[in-house]
Design a protein around this ligand. Structure first.
Ligand code: ADP
Ligand code: ADP
Length: 239
């Protein structure tokens, strides 16, 4: 099943420069796909155009047979819940606990921040707890996020995305701020998510070796153009 289909996606931030120059890309259910390319190639722009966090200049985005480019803001917000996003700098609310960050990911702030846990239902809390447990974070749920290591913060980021029950997970340089051990933990979790949950994972990486090890498929981006799209084993001749 096709989860995402990009057709002729173009992005210019200004008249002079085209950052994405007509990207065509189709992703299947449960695929693990990495985007590699030098700094400035357009990886982050491409990822952020998919959920219209950045507005593409032209082209179409078909997500599970819904054209995201045609939606108004309200309709888009609804579709976006099915597209999880993970960031290099985690984007957590540091003064809130792990549990609160994850619940907020799906259910939003229902009232003031004081006593935030009391406003969520038992089902909502159970789902968040199950996901945090799977990511090895159960013993940390009442810690504030600013007390966590980088690797732990990123696992909270993953949990916050998963609690929305997405079909597509977009990961923008998820291990760029982590040491090798924490990087391996995060990549192993992302791989597991694609394999056992059937979620399509699209991840920006600048480490080619990591992309080679984990990906079903690699997209090579250079100056806003797709210059490679294939299996890791076929990449070597292009380096
Ligand atoms: P990558 O993720 O591969 O490093 P980016 O998508 O971040 O690449 O950037 C691609 C190009 O777009 C770069 O030349 C960058 O300077 C430019 N760019 C990124 N964001 C903006 C912006 N908000 N305004 C103008 N130019 C931008
Ligand atoms: P990682 O390799 O995952 O980044 P660290 O070496 O940064 O791990 O952290 C190891 C342990 O130290 C973790 O259990 C984390 O909870 C704790 N820790 C890291 N930073 C802080 C901090 N600022 N305050 C309290 N505990 C911290």
């Amino acid at each position: 099943t096709t989860v995402l289909k990009l057709t002729n996606l173009v992005k210019s931030y200004d008249r002079q420069t085209t950052v994405l120059d007509g990207i065509n890309l189709e992703l299947q259910e449960g695929e693990f796909v990495s985007i590699i390319g030098k700094s400035g190639a357009g990886k982050s722009t491409l990822l952020r155009c998919i959920n219209r966090m950045i507005e593409p200049s032209s082209g179409t985005i078909l997500f599970n047979n819904t054209s995201l480019t045609k939606l108004n803001k309200r309709e888009l917000r609804k579709e976006r819940t099915k597209i999880g996003m993970i960031f290099q700098h985690y984007n957590l609310v540091s003064r809130l606990t792990v549990f609160e960050n994850v619940l907020h990911g799906r259910f939003g702030y229902k009232s003031s921040l004081k006593g935030i846990l009391g406003i969520y239902s038992e089902e909502e809390k159970l789902l968040a707890l199950q996901i945090l447990d799977k990511l090895g974070m159960k013993e940390h749920i009442y810690k504030r996020c600013d007390q966590l290591s980088g690797g732990q913060k990123q696992r909270v980021g993953i949990a916050r995305a998963l609690v929305q029950e997405p079909t597509l997970l977009l990961c923008d340089e998820p291990i760029a701020s982590l040491d090798p051990n924490a990087s391996k933990v995060i990549m192993d979790h992302l791989k597991e998510i694609s394999q056992s949950m059937g979620i399509t994972v699209l991840v920006n990486l600048h480490q080619v070796d990591v992309a080679m090890r984990y990906s079903d498929r690699i997209i090579g981006l250079s100056k806003g153009e797709k210059v490679f799209d294939g299996k890791p084993k076929n990449l070597t001749q292009h380096n």
